[in-house]
Design a protein around this ligand. Structure first.
Ligand code: PGA
Length: 255
């Protein structure tokens, strides 16, 4: 999946409140995405809206979901939605391990099982990692390493190109300021080095590393350029079609 093309993913979280609002935001995003062909645009709406947005789509915007249940297919699992179901409903991507789900008790082990199940269903994984806080002793580096190590246990080299790492420091999500570009760059190098250790140097280029946490039209360019990352996972600004379009435009203009 890794390539010079940037990828910009919108995580709508539990928004908006109605399908008609979702349709309206989505159709505006589709229009702007069609202008910026050097960017892969992905929208992850609430699962409930997935089929309706898919039906109205003849566009390059791919769809994803923000979570799935552990069970792969169909069966007696009240309240669950399987990878197979979201795939059949038109999703190509699944966000796994977002900090807001980790805060609800999702462990690295559960995340690992979900990643394996999502990959075996033929979907792509947006695997979120990131420290809750940064201390001077550098413990956060070890923390992120463990998240990645456990999360990707058992993933085959064949499946790895369907994994994308979204580095999202928890302290920068829904915050006033994003990470400093130089700190992002350092973390990106660290993650790539770690992937090389785990899977071998040839796999590193196949796994994009993107950033999420207060990405907006003001900071997008510097984060992409100085951070040398492959794209973004955007929360709040992905519900604002105008600002999201500006982020797409910036990503489109960077080689
Ligand atoms: P934010 O959210 O852009 O609103 O900080 C990012 C995320 O949680 O993925």
């Amino acid at each position: 999946m890794a390539k010079s093309k940037k990828i910009v993913i919108g995580n709508w979280k539990m928004n908006p409140a109605t399908l008609s609002e979702a349709r309206s935001i989505y159709s505006k995003i589709k229009k702007s995405a069609s202008l910026y062909k050097k960017v892969d645009t992905v929208i992850c709406p609430p699962t409930l809206y997935l089929s309706s947005l898919q039906k109205s789509s003849e566009t390059s915007v791919a769809l994803g979901v923000q979570n799935v249940s552990l069970q792969e297919a169909v069966g007696s699992h009240t309240g669950s939605t399987s990878p197979l179901m979201v795939k059949n409903a038109g999703a190509e991507y699944v966000i796994i391990g977002h900090s807001e789900r980790r805060a609800n008790g999702e462990t690295d082990e559960v995340i690992n099982k979900k990643i394996l199940s999502v990959l075996s269903s033929g979907l792509k994984v947006i695997f979120c990692v990131g420290e809750r806080e940064r201390s001077h002793d550098g413990h956060f580096l070890e923390f992120v390493k463990n998240q990645i190590h456990t999360g990707l246990q058992g993933v085959s080299k064949k499946a790895l190109p369907n994994v994308l790492i979204a580095y999202e420091p928890v302290w920068a999500i829904g915050a006033e300021n994003a990470i400093l570009p130089r700190d992002l760059h350092q973390m990106k190098i660290y993650i790539k080095k770690m992937l090389s250790e785990f899977f071998g140097p040839s796999m590193v280029v196949k796994i994009p590393v993107i950033y999420g946490g207060t990405v907006n039209p003001e900071n997008a360019e510097l984060l992409l350029l100085a951070g040398e990352i492959d794209g973004f996972l955007v929360g709040r600004e992905s519900l604002n079609p105008k600002n999201f379009a500006t982020i797409l435009q910036i990503a489109n203009s960077i080689k």
